[in-house]
Each structure stands twice: as structure tokens, then as C-alpha cells.
Design a protein around this ligand. Structure first.
Ligand code: GRF
Length: 206
């Protein structure tokens, strides 16, 4: 069983997809804690309803030491930290303690439309403005560089001529929910191999 912590900032639809997949028996995982940098995050209520321990490290107070405080809360023994709609930049010792054990879901096909300031609806506005024909979502490892860690898995989403930032966000978010849980399953089944050439997915674990 994969023991995880989920860091959130917003509505928590990605967190909800993890909760739902666990309850449906599709994901052998236990959420040990949900930590938010936003006291008003809807994700907190989604966790509390399920009896999952929640913590708030308000970014207006913990901008610099969020990572350190979060590490104190979760300890060093979890299998994975999942950034699910988490908007703060994670820094400090937690990046070393959980090296290659922190993943993030980003609403574009990295390396396009990512980096500092590119989050949420802004990403989809940029895709529409650029008249891109495709976009999508990416699950990647987290390191000190914003959206800079190795890409694990991506899902392409076609941009239709009738799309605007809102319809695109809805289409991509729906795929994020599936992609994030797919990656969690691969990690739980030990089917991800980190190599200098990038992340390999093992079809069958021998
Ligand atoms: C969404 O923009 C999503 O693309 C990104 O974080 C935002 C909120 O997600 N990953 P959530 O509903 O809080 O999971």
C-alpha cells in the first residue's frame, strides 16, 4: 500500500479523484495527510468529509518554510508526496528527503506552457492565445526548478476551434484526474524506473 501526503491549494478535484479511486478499489493507497497553503481551499473539506487528517500552512505566513513545516508534519516515512493543484513553490530539505518521491500534475504538455506564473486558467488562456492545436496534462517529478523535474506521463487533449480557456480547462482537468491516478497506480506497482535517460515504464515487473 502506497502511503502518501497530498498538498493542495484549491478546489481539490485532483484530490477527489485519488479518494474516489481508492474507494473504488482501483488504487492501493492511503492518504496520511492533506496539507494546504490556503485556509479556504475546498480540498480541505473534501478530505475532512473522509476523515483524512488535514493541516493548513497558510502561505501568507509560511511562504519560506512551508516545506520544512510540512516535513515536520508528515515525517520521513511516506512513500510519496502528491502536489495536486498546489500553487506554492516547494523548497528546503523536503526536496532532498523526498527526492524522486514528489510528483506534480500540471495542466499542459511540459515543456510547453509551464514554469513560474503558469498555473490554472492562465495556462489555458496561453494555449488559446497561441492557437495551439493540442494541449494536455503532465505528471512529473518535482525538484527545485518550477515544473522542472523528469516527466513521468502525459496525455494529449485536442484543442477544438470552439474552445475557450474555460472549456479547455474543463477538458484538461478531466484528463488530469485520470492521468494522476494512472501514475499513482504505476508507482504503487513499482513499474516506474528512473534512469539518466528519463523515466521508463516497466510493462511487467519480473
Ligand atoms: C487546476 O488548474 C489543475 O489543472 C491544476 O490545479 C488546478 C486546481 O486543481 N493541477 P484541483 O481541482 O484543486 O485539483
Amino acid at each position: 500500500m502506497l502511503k502518501i501526503a497530498v498538498f493542495v491549494s484549491g478546489s481539490g478535484s485532483n484530490l477527489q479523484s485519488i479518494i474516489d479511486n481508492i474507494e473504488q478499489g482501483k488504487l492501493n493507497c492511503r492518504i496520511e495527510a492533506v496539507i494546504s497553503d490556503n485556509p479556504k481551499a475546498g480540498a480541505l473539506e473534501r478530505a475532512e468529509i473522509k476523515g483524512i487528517r488535514t493541516y493548513v500552512l497558510d502561505k501568507s505566513i509560511h511562504k519560506e518554510d512551508f516545506g520544512d513545516k510540512a516535513l515536520q508534519i508528515i515525517g520521513e516515512d511516506l512513500d510519496l508526496i502528491v502536489l495536486a493543484g498546489f500553487l506554492s513553490i516547494l523548497k528546503g530539505e523536503i526536496l532532498n528527503t523526498y527526492k524522486n518521491k514528489i510528483i506534480n500534475i500540471h495542466p499542459s504538455l511540459i515543456p510547453n506552457f509551464c514554469g513560474k506564473g503558469m498555473y490554472g486558467r492562465r495556462v489555458h488562456e496561453a494555449v488559446i492565445k497561441a492557437k495551439a492545436e493540442i494541449t494536455g496534462c503532465t505528471v512529473h517529478y518535482v525538484n527545485a526548478e518550477v515544473d522542472g523535474g523528469a516527466v513521468i506521463l502525459q496525455k494529449i487533449v485536442k484543442v477544438d476551434t470552439c474552445d475557450d480557456a474555460d472549456t479547455l480547462q474543463e477538458k484538461v482537468l478531466s484528463e488530469e484526474h485520470k492521468l494522476l491516478c494512472k501514475v499513482l497506480c504505476l508507482i504503487e506497482q513499482k513499474k516506474l524506473l528512473n534512469t539518466p535517460q528519463g523515466v521508463k515504464i516497466l510493462e511487467e515487473v519480473i
